[in-house]
Design a binder for this molecule. Structure first.
Ligand SMILES: O=C(O)C1=C[C@@H](OP(=O)(O)O)[C@@H](O)[C@H](O)C1
Ligand SMILES: C=C(OP(=O)(O)O)C(=O)O
Length: 412
């Protein structure tokens, strides 16, 4: 029975780094994710003058409730949207001039609703080239706080950034959302703020954050549930069994809900107190599923959909078009390259069962998207000849993916 150790959650590590930097005292992160996104986040903090110390298993951050330690900084956010959206928001609470840029991929991704909200709160923020995109400069002079309205229909990260900022403002914050996707990520934010001593109140569509700052702590990062989805899917399509320790009933991440989709399709799933096991049963039924809450697992499901006995339709995932790539089209194109029939709409994808002679191996076009590669690696368990034009882009969240997945392949 393969037991797979999954690296730490990207979302939890990014939040923990923000909270640690903003807290009063020294915070220790236990088993943070070490990947391009989170290394980029930690490097960004260091650029802003925060002290980040490392041992193989822990990161220590000296918190500065007053904001960055340097009056000027130039921060490169790489491909990470958490870095590119959370760090300018953290910097706004300080005093100084901070410029943020990102990779070409991240430059294409939006953040206008967030930067508008920051401006509405009095933050001096300028986009250098294209309105609502990196590069941008924050000329920070602290944030008074107050009320602000936000459209988080494209990304919940806008709301998370503002909630994280709330305790650093002088009066606290009340954020009213007109739309919101990826709700479980906001729940992660609220639970983690609580662990750092701040209670967010929810009043209908409004989130109320008191002023007063964060308390430093020791924080253990749980394994990444989105990463685990590839290993759970592997069990479901091969008839094997995979157990992931550290992700159980108390897990913070909504993406663990992907196992409910697999259960619905016919897999045997046990979510225990501190571990989850998926066992393939040989049966994989078609399904129609709304993935608005867990859209990072849309490519995982799309990539195994050809092995289902009926059509797989994934709905309400418009915002997957503004991730590392347009994931709906990237998945559709790669499925077609495999010889699978697929259709897409503005916010959905429908995949037909593979023909009797099965999908045919091909080179998968990665679009620099870690999830495209990791998802179609699962397809490759059943289809000989699947390769990737850019296998290394998994570094964003899981640099060791191919080694770990290769090792699992021999044990399934
Ligand atoms: O807050 C976070 O850590 C994340 C939120 C989600 O983004 P959206 O809210 O943009 O869907 C998710 O896709 C991303 O990988 C991580
Ligand atoms: C969308 C993703 O990342 P981010 O938005 O944090 O860059 C992801 O990891 O799938």
């Amino acid at each position: 029975m393969p037991v797979v150790d999954i690296p730490g959650s990207k979302s939890v590590t990014a939040r923990a780094l923000f909270l640690a930097a903003a807290a009063d005292g020294v915070t220790t992160l236990v088993r943070p994710l070490r990947s391009d996104d989170t290394e980029g986040f930690a490097e960004g903090l260091a650029r802003l003058g925060y002290r980040v110390g490392r041992t193989p298993d822990t990161w220590q951050v000296d918190g500065r409730p007053q904001g960055p330690a340097v009056p000027e900084a130039d921060v490169y956010c790489r491909d990470g949207a958490t870095t590119a959206r959370f760090l300018p928001t953290l910097a706004a609470a300080g005093h100084g001039t901070y410029r943020f840029d990102a990779s070409p991929q991240m430059r294409r991704r939006p953040l206008l609703p967030l930067t508008r909200a920051l401006r509405d709160l009095g933050v001096d923020l300028r986009h250098e080239e294209q309105e609502g995109h990196h590069p941008l400069t924050v000329t920070a002079a602290g944030v008074a706080g107050g009320e602000v309205t936000l459209d988080a229909g494209q990304s919940s990260q806008y709301l998370t950034a503002l909630l994280l900022l709330g305790p650093l403002t002088r009066e606290g914050l009340r954020v009213t959302v007109t739309d919101l996707v990826s709700v479980p990520y906001v729940e992660i934010t609220i639970a983690m703020m609580r662990a750092f001593g701040v209670e967010v109140a929810r009043e209908g569509n409004s989130f109320v954050v008191p002023p007063g700052g964060y308390r430093a702590t020791t924080y253990a990062v749980e394994p990444d549930a989105s990463t685990a989805s590839y290993f759970f899917a592997a069990a479901a399509v091969t008839g094997g069994e995979v157990t992931v320790p550290g992700l159980g009933e108390g897990a913070l991440q909504g993406d663990l809900g992907f196992v409910d989709v697999l259960r619905h399709m016919g897999a045997d799933v046990t979510v225990g107190r501190d571990a989850t096991t998926v066992r393939g049963t040989g049966e994989l039924r078609g399904v129609t599923v709304n993935m608005r809450d867990i859209s990072d697992t849309m490519p995982t499901l799309a990539a195994i959909a050809p092995f289902a006995s009926g059509p797989v339709r994934i709905e309400d995932v418009a915002n997957t078009r503004v991730k590392e790539c347009d994931r709906l089209e990237a998945c559709a194109e790669n499925l077609r390259r495999l010889g699978v029939r697929v259709t897409t709409g503005p916010d959905w994808i429908e995949v037909q069962p593979a023909a009797a002679d099965g999908p045919t191996g091909t080179e998968i076009k990665s679009y620099g998207d870690h999830r495209v590669v990791m998802s179609f690696a699962v397809t490759g368990l059943r289809v000989p000849g699947v390769s990737f034009d850019d296998p290394g882009c998994v570094r964003k969240t899981f640099p060791g993916f191919h080694e770990e997945f290769g090792a699992l392949r021999t044990r399934l």
